[in-house]
Each structure stands twice: as structure tokens, then as C-alpha cells.
Design a protein around this ligand. Structure first.
Ligand SMILES: *Cc1c(COP(=O)(O)O)cnc(C)c1O
Length: 395
């Protein structure tokens, strides 16, 4: 017996649901890569990406996923043996740091915790100890997609600044750009990176870096540079240089459409929609948690992200079985726990092209699964989500 049919619904934190308009934007012939149209498409996207990152700095587009942009950032600003400080808040900054280590950086992890966000005061204390400024860069994620933590990047930027330490501040916004406020220049970030397939509602395959002047200065003497990722190569005049070769034309059409949709909705509205729908999810989880089996991974309410909620489950019950039930019986795909949370958690994504029926439907399916699998839970989670939206989204 199943109640799934038709389109499977992705409630995983990437790739996310793509709007029909984005899919349709790709259904057309390629452009002549030497045409004016191609130049205009490229220039418009680079300009709009910098706007999204809120920087006066230049942006770069890679035909790669987020892991590719990680490597782009590292290779453009570091030399072998450079020391970097990775701020742990789950899996992703540490993963970025591991890539840097494999490329020859000397990586120190500022120990965090999978259950909380980065503490800016701890960053400040570590930098104050580094009197000879041996740390060349600091890596952090805005939202950690594994733990569900949102880091206060503005406060971390201020903490770094207060020490007068010259290390570059590098930030991963793969799970947050276009979903919540990000202010690259105002928050003191030197390089930010992101990917296409999460908040930006575009197929996987593109990733982005935005770079300020300070990072461009450091770049000049960076020893890890390689031709494909190299910002200097990409700044050369011919349009194909912007892609290190043939442009990913159809992905660019898709991204153009997605950014146009975000612009039309208005960024503040997009952020608010994410916050309201994320809170609806949290209201439901808080009720389910009354059954003493489920709970929030992130301990502090204020550190739970607006794009993904990680729900931990007592060892007496199996989150993988729940995930499988939702997918196979109801056609809703939840994220599973990854890293330290493998086999102990499931994740509900609420990023990008999400709306009330998608979120209420997902929550409803989870409640069906909890019921069907006999997992103890507080009754009325979906109702709490409905009440929240009904009270907040007023007529
Ligand atoms: C998904 C994700 C990545 C990795 O992106 P890929 O496109 O899968 O390589 C990096 N950082 C964060 C925060 C992510 O959520």
C-alpha cells in the first residue's frame, strides 16, 4: 500500500525543488559563446551575484558544485604550509578544512560542537593568542546543513575585527545565500562562496565566489593557484575566460530565471518566507518532542537555521526507517543524519522554492510516518504549524 504517485517531493537540503520556470528556461538552443547575448548574460549574472552577496567585489562562476568552489577559494588565496583556522559547527566548515589540508594547508580546527553555533568570543580569544599572525585565513559556514546550526557571521566578523588580526575571513553560504540576510562587505568577509542547487533553486553544477580587494591582494602571491580556478585568468578580457572555457549556457539560463524570480519576490520577502516556514517546522518539531523520542539537534532556539532543521531521535528508534517510510510510502524525501549524526537524526529542508503547502505537506507526511511506525510523539505538530502560520500570516 502506498500513497505516493507522480512527482517525488525533495525535502532534502540540496538539490532542492526547482520552479517550473527555471526548468523551462533551459529548454532552448545554446547561444553562440562569442555573441553579445552571451556577454550580456554573463555580465548580468556576475553583477547580480555580487548584489546577492552584498559586495562591491567581483564574483566568479565555476562549473562545479560547492566542493569545487571550496577548492577555488583555497587555491586562490593560500600557499602550501599556510595556517588556517576552521570554525567547527557541524560538518561543512570541517569538510572545507579537510580539502585545504589535502591541498597543503596547515589546518587547525577551533573545536565546536554539533549541537551549537560558533561562539564569537572563542574565535576572538584564539586570534588574540596568535600574536605573530601565523593564521592566514579563517573558515566558517553561515548555515551548517548537517547540524542545522546558523552561525552569527556578523558577530564573528566583528570579533575578528576587534582583535586587529589580518587573517582573511572566508565564508561558505551554500545553504544560506538567497534564504537569509548575508552582507559580505558590511560584515567584514573577504571571500564568500555558494552553490546553485540550494537556496538558488537552480540545477546542481554551478558554484560561485565573491572576492573583495583585500583577498585580491593576497591572491597575487598565493602559491596554490591552478589555471582553472584562478581569478586572474578569469579576469582576462575574453568572455570565455569567465568560465575557464565553454560556458555552462543552460545552467546560466536557469540561474538567470531563478535570480529574476528572487528579485521579483524581493529579497526581504524571500527571507521572511523562509523564516515563517522554518518556524512552522520548528513549532511542529517542538510538539513532537513531547513524546520524549524526538528533539532538536541544536540546543539553543536562536541558533536553529531557517533553511534546514535537524531532528535527533532516541536510539530506541530508527530515523532511517522513518526517512524510508516517507519516501517509499508517501513520496517525500527527507534528509538523513550525516557525519556524527548518521543513524541518529533526520533533516527537514526548507530552503529555496518552498511554500506553505510544501512545508505543511512535508510535516503532515512525517506525522503519518510517526503514527505508522509507532514512534512516540506529541500529538498535534502539524496543527501547531498551522496555528503559527494562521496567527502570523494575517489577512
Ligand atoms: C551542500 C553544501 C556544501 C557542498 O556543496 P556540494 O554542491 O554538494 O559540493 C558545502 N557547504 C554547505 C554549507 C552545504 O550545505
Amino acid at each position: 500500500m502506498v500513497v505516493r504517485a507522480g512527482r517525488e517531493f525533495l525535502a532534502i537540503p540540496g538539490p532542492t525543488t526547482m520552479p517550473d520556470e527555471v526548468l523551462q528556461a533551459m529548454h532552448r538552443p545554446a547561444l553562440d559563446i562569442y555573441s553579445d547575448q552571451m556577454v550580456q548574460l554573463t555580465e548580468g549574472l556576475l553583477r547580480d551575484l555580487s548584489k546577492l552577496f552584498a559586495t562591491k567585489g567581483r564574483s566568479y562562476i565555476y562549473i562545479a558544485n560547492g566542493h569545487g568552489a571550496w577548492e577555488a577559494v583555497i587555491s586562490n588565496v593560500l600557499s602550501r604550509g599556510d595556517k588556517i583556522l576552521v570554525l567547527e559547527s557541524g560538518r561543512f566548515a570541517v569538510g572545507w578544512g579537510n580539502a585545504a589540508a589535502a591541498m597543503g594547508a596547515d589546518v587547525e580546527v577551533l573545536k565546536g560542537d554539533w549541537r551549537r553555533a560558533i561562539r564569537p568570543a572563542e574565535v576572538e580569544a584564539r586570534l588574540r593568542q596568535d600574536k605573530d599572525h601565523s593564521i592566514k585565513a579563517i573558515l566558517a559556514v553561515q548555515i551548517d546543513t548537517a547540524s542545522g546550526a546558523v552561525n552569527d557571521i556578523e558577530a564573528i566578523g566583528k570579533a575578528i575585527k576587534s582583535t586587529g588580526h589580518p587573517a582573511l575571513f572566508l565564508v561558505d553560504t551554500v545553504a544560506s545565500l538567497g534564504c537569509m540576510l548575508f552582507e559580505m562587505d558590511a560584515w567584514g568577509i573577504d571571500v564568500a562562496m555558494s552553490g546553485s542547487q540550494k537556496g538558488l533553486m537552480t540545477p546542481p553544477g554551478l558554484s560561485f565566489c565573491a572576492v573583495n580587494d583585500r583577498a585580491h591582494q593576497v591572491h597575487k602571491t598565493a602559491g596554490m593557484r591552478t589555471p582553472y580556478w584562478d581569478w586572474t585568468e578569469r579576469d582576462l578580457a575574453e568572455n570565455y575566460r569567465k568560465f575557464g572555457g565553454t560556458a555552462p549556457i543552460h545552467l546560466l539560463f536557469a540561474l538567470r530565471q531563478a535570480i529574476d524570480m528572487i528579485t521579483e519576490e524581493g529579497l526581504p520577502n524571500v527571507y521572511l518566507r523562509h523564516r515563517l516556514l522554518a518556524e512552522a517546522v520548528r513549532r511542529a518539531v517542538a510538539i513532537w518532542a513531547q513524546g520524549q523520542v524526538l528533539g532538536f539537534n541544536i540546543a539553543e532556539a536562536g541558533e536553529r537555521s531557517d533553511t534546514v532543521t535537524t531532528v535527533v531521535m532516541a536510539s530506541s528508534h530508527n530515523p532511517v526507517a522513518l526517512q524510508r517510510y516517507c519516501k517509499e510510502k508517501c513520496g517525500v524525501v527527507l534528509g538523513v543524519g550525516i557525519g556524527e549524526l548518521a543513524g541518529q537524526a533526520f533533516r527537514i529542508a526548507h530552503m529555496g522554492h518552498v511554500n506553505a503547502p510544501m512545508i505543511l505537506g512535508t510535516l503532515g507526511v512525517i506525522e503519518v510516518a510517526l503514527h505508522a511506525l509507532g514512534i512516540p510523539h506529541g500529538r498535534g505538530g502539524v496543527e501547531a504549524a498551522i496555528d503559527w502560520l494562521g496567527e502570523t500570516v494575517t489577512a
